[in-house]
Design a binder for this molecule. Sequence first.
Ligand code: DON
Length: 580
Amino acid sequence: MDRLPRQLVAIFAAISLCLAPLSAFAASPAPVEAEHGMVVTAQHLATDVGVDVLRSGGNAVDAAVAVGYALAVVYPTAGNLGGGGFMTIRMKDGKTTFLDFRERAPLAATKTMYLDAKGDIVPRASLDGYLAVGTPGSVMGFETAREKYGTKRREELIAPALRYARDGFTLEQGDAASFASGAKRLARDEEAAKIFLKTGGSTYMAGEKLVQPDLAAVLQSISEKGPDAFYKGAPAEAIVNASQAKGGILAKEDFEQYQVRELKPIECNYRGYDIISSPPPSSGGVIICEILNVLEGYPLSYLGYGSAEAVHIMVEAMRYAYVDRNAALGDPDFIDNPVSKLLDRSYAASIRAKIDPYRAGTSANLKPLGGKESTETTHYSIIDDEGNAVAVTYTLNGSFGAGVVAPGTGVLLNNEMDDFTSKPGVPNLYGLVQGEANAIAPKKTPLSSMSPTIVTKDGKPFMVIGSPGGSRIITITLEAILNVVDFGMDISQAVNAPRIHHQWQPDMVYLEPYALSPDTEKALAAMGYKFDAGNNTPVWGQAAGILVGGKSLAAIEKGGGARYNGAMDSRAAEGSANGY
Ligand code: DON
């Protein structure tokens, strides 16, 4: 009689020891803690490249450049030299800036280039092959960042990428899976197949090595001669030749004339937190701020994460903001973006006044859709010992971009042209129904949703955040911020929590699994909401976050938390947060 209870006590004690750490971290892994620097990326080898740069005295911009080159090798699904992106920077002295190295439409591009004689869209013309390619900006972007805000030599920052391209790197399960998912498309281009598939067309398996000698040669020449080696050298020439031979319109002049734009980031304040994010040609910062301005009028924290009331007002704010995204925004060199109107607090108040507290809104009563989301964009977040913070999102757009590699370059090319309005009212890859503001024109940049974001509090860095996810990037980034600021989550819970999304059209609330309890869903359905439980896209995005001063607001308030707390979304199979 006596022995059994004692055994049971011992068993219970052992079980509770095992469970204690798990329950402390709820459903998410513990954030990674570090005191001097933190790097969070979607590929662990690239993360470690960034940490090495920080450790050896480089600043966050140096690390961001080295990671950018490294991801082009070890994460070819999204990392790239043949695409483009955005870098949001906040230096330790408080200076904020934004580098736009996104693709530009070729000089020969026309408004109707993806339409047939009848004015109908030619299926996939803006997605597959050379006609889909915008002039790439990544190499010029990295070099501009390094020259203006970095401290290290180009050769040093390219060296790790060069090594991985030349000597190869071992694929993990997630790396191999991404090639498997792109195999069909890659097989259609002889050069892409030669690099990313095995002879005979089968895909690489986990444990095997991927070696990219052509890409190594391109990196070597950039390392030696700078961006001209790419834009005025053999890679540009090879891309132009292949483009001309295979139905594209890229010309030598497109590469020669490519320039990075340095822009003022979008800035707004939400409940005392300063949000620094992407300006047009991204819609990201404007739309995140527009939604936050609306939400500030509601007691989100009191309503609680996942409550019917919180979801209702979040969805309504998203609905109104995405109409503005799709109708009003575009490349600032071509159109006047109504940024100050959209960010005016009285405009937010006018949206709140239209939100019925008890009923779902109706998108058809507003005015401009839900496509599939893929993971072929990538975001990384970095902070260094001095407090310089960098958020980068860059992309090939769709799965392996246009799916083409010009012979001898090893460089996968983007299909960013699909982000333009090919035809007003017709949805693009992400289901976005856009208007004239984002029409195609020579040298114009297509409207983006990429939202590399830095949040500060009282003049000090607080959070670095962003994600891939097509049109959903905006709501993923927004929700990570709300999860920390309003819902009290730690940074790991904040990037991992199930998400919701609405983008005006289709008039549908997208849900990740377990985002809502069944009774919450019923309550919202009774208010008039329709749901898409994500049969096509069960989960979306890969957020990469850093929180400064503690893992959560509560930990920061208590004091004594780690200085840097990093978390890579568990949705990214091979991602990691790492620091020193
Ligand atoms: O710039 C944009 O908004 C899109 N080209 C991003 C694409 C993307 O996030 C795809 N991967 N998830």
